[in-house]
Design a protein around this ligand. Sequence first.
Ligand SMILES: NC(=O)c1ccc[n+]([C@@H]2O[C@H](COP(=O)([O-])OP(=O)(O)OC[C@H]3O[C@@H](n4cnc5c(N)ncnc54)[C@H](OP(=O)(O)O)[C@@H]3O)[C@@H](O)[C@H]2O)c1
Length: 275
Amino acid sequence: MLIAITGANGKLGRLIIHQLLKKVPASQVVACVRDPQSMQEYKEIGVDVRYCDYDQPDSLDQALVGASHLLLISSSHQDDHTRFQQHSRVIEAANKSNVGHFMYTSFAFLEKSSLSLTHLHLATERAILSTGIPHTFFRNALYTDFVAALDLQTAITKGFLRVSPGDWMFNSVSRLDLALGIAAVLSEPDRHQHKSYELTSTHPWTFPELTSALSELTGKPISLQEDPAMQHWIFGFLGKIQTSTISNDLEQLIGHPTASLKESIRPFISTATLP
Ligand SMILES: NC(=O)c1ccc[n+]([C@@H]2O[C@H](COP(=O)([O-])OP(=O)(O)OC[C@H]3O[C@@H](n4cnc5c(N)ncnc54)[C@H](OP(=O)(O)O)[C@@H]3O)[C@@H](O)[C@H]2O)c1
């Protein structure tokens, strides 16, 4: 088995490789990146680090030589049309290669939302299915990191979190939990062919729960302030997706509950603010 992973030096990619190396020998892992220098430490322990740029079709053919399994980590390009073109090039290269199992990091809640992001992921899933290569789709929930856009530090300083009014409920997970689940699949891929996993938490959360978690972590009372005048892109984005769907797929893959909201937001709070 030779597993090629694109986006390997990204935040999720690094975590996946770190977890995967606890389960399979480094000689079975190919890290596909635009900047091979950035993966020097992995090269030193035996990971095959290959140049791969979604915009350079030749590099994709080269990166997939000998790979039996491929994990395409969705592109981080800002424009969803460009992202789809990039994904299509990877799919074309996989089709020409001997890749026998195509895995892809998609997005959860796809059927319940309608925006260009969800169209991109559905279109990519369909394009992968059309190749006939056995697949596994990881439909990842929102990364809990989105809370960074809510400016928790200011909320802690002022004693209140300002949000746009609404009946908000979110299902988010940490990248680490996603990496644990994806690495579990990558290490025993045959059991997971032709599956689509909704990698969500089993506990969606609300803003009152977020302020409670903030209060518990900091030992300070933090209230919620709904402000109709609040203008922030994050609320525009969140308002277009319905992210409260629950699945236990991730917990089953990792064999334990996903990180709690309190633990997941800890990295977004300055240690100086913690008791
Ligand atoms: N579920 C969510 O809430 C959520 C949130 C944000 C993003 N995402 C998606 O999840 C993906 C992984 O997340 P992440 O946190 O690991 O993102 P990240 O840290 O930004 O990593 C993105 C990876 O994609 C690579 N990449 C970008 N353009 C490329 C190209 N043209 N050719 C080859 N590689 C390219 C980057 O390589 P370089 O280092 O060379 O740029 C990097 O390794 C993102 O790319 C995005 O599609 C999901």
